[in-house]
Write a protein that binds this ligand. Structure first.
Ligand code: ZN
Length: 246
């Protein structure tokens, strides 16, 4: 008697396939935390599935925290906190409690980010470089310091997402979460800790696929940010203490 045939393993459902694709895109940094995903209709068209399937997938992603769904005119699906490591808040607490200093943090960043940038020169896709370039155009057109702070941080987030190692992307996101909070706390000009011209040079090195230049330029950039932030650390801690005591 011939042996029985194996049972077919359960096929992944269509919506599960959509969940997986969107999760991968989020982890790869195609959409950054807080950013909007394409509309339901667009996703359905891009993925070749119906809108109810997309809706079901978004609901599943919402319950795991990957997506936040907001109602209203400016509503839609946004990338949620599960796509973060969430170290940013802890860092802010540790620094406020003087367990970690800005110098400690920047010792880490100044090792990490030049390497991240070197890898990005080798591994970034044309699409990722295009996104960074568009971000710099947006920066030039920005008309508030608040916007400039967000976009400056996004430059660093996008490079880390483009380096080919998703963990670097997540770690840099946490560092940038803290750094953005720092800058907003002391409310200096967005450009105070940032030399815009250096961003342009770094992007040029990435586009030239020159890993040595990318690494060197990012090292210089990170060191100058470090100096500015250390000189502002006392101010930052004083404001944080005042707020905590209030
Ligand atoms: Zn920068």
């Amino acid at each position: 008697m011939p042996g029985k045939l194996n049972k077919i393993k359960q096929m992944p459902s269509l919506y599960q396939g959509v969940v997986n694709i969107l999760k991968e895109a989020i982890i790869a940094g195609r959409y950054l935390p807080g950013e909007a995903l394409p509309s339901e209709m667009e996703l359905a068209a891009q993925l070749g599935v119906s809108r109810p399937v997309v809706r079901e997938a978004l609901r599943a992603l919402q319950s795991s925290g990957f997506v936040v769904i907001r109602r209203g005119i400016k509503g839609g699906a946004f990338v949620g906190d599960a796509a973060r490591l969430g170290l940013g808040d802890n860092l802010a607490d540790l620094i406020r409690l003087r367990r970690v200093t800005v110098a400690h943090l920047y010792q880490v960043r100044s090792h990490l980010e030049p390497e991240v940038c070197r890898l990005a020169a080798l591994n970034a896709s044309e699409e990722q470089l295009e996104k960074i370039s568009q971000m710099l155009d947006e920066y030039r057109a920005a008309d508030s310091d608040d916007q400039r702070v967000t976009l400056n941080a996004r430059f660093h987030r996008l490079i880390a997402r483009a380096c080919g190692n998703p963990l670097y992307g997540l770690i840099m996101d946490s560092i940038m979460d803290f750094t953005e909070g720092f800058v907003r706390t002391i409310k200096p000009q967005g450009r105070l800790i940032h030399n815009d011209e250096e961003h342009v040079q770094i992007l040029a090195a990435l586009m030239a696929r020159d890993p040595e230049a990318a690494e060197r330029l990012m090292r210089g950039h990170a060191e100058s940010i470090d100096r500015e932030m250390q000189s502002l650390e006392e101010t930052y801690l004083r404001i944080k203490d005042e707020n905590a005591g209030a």
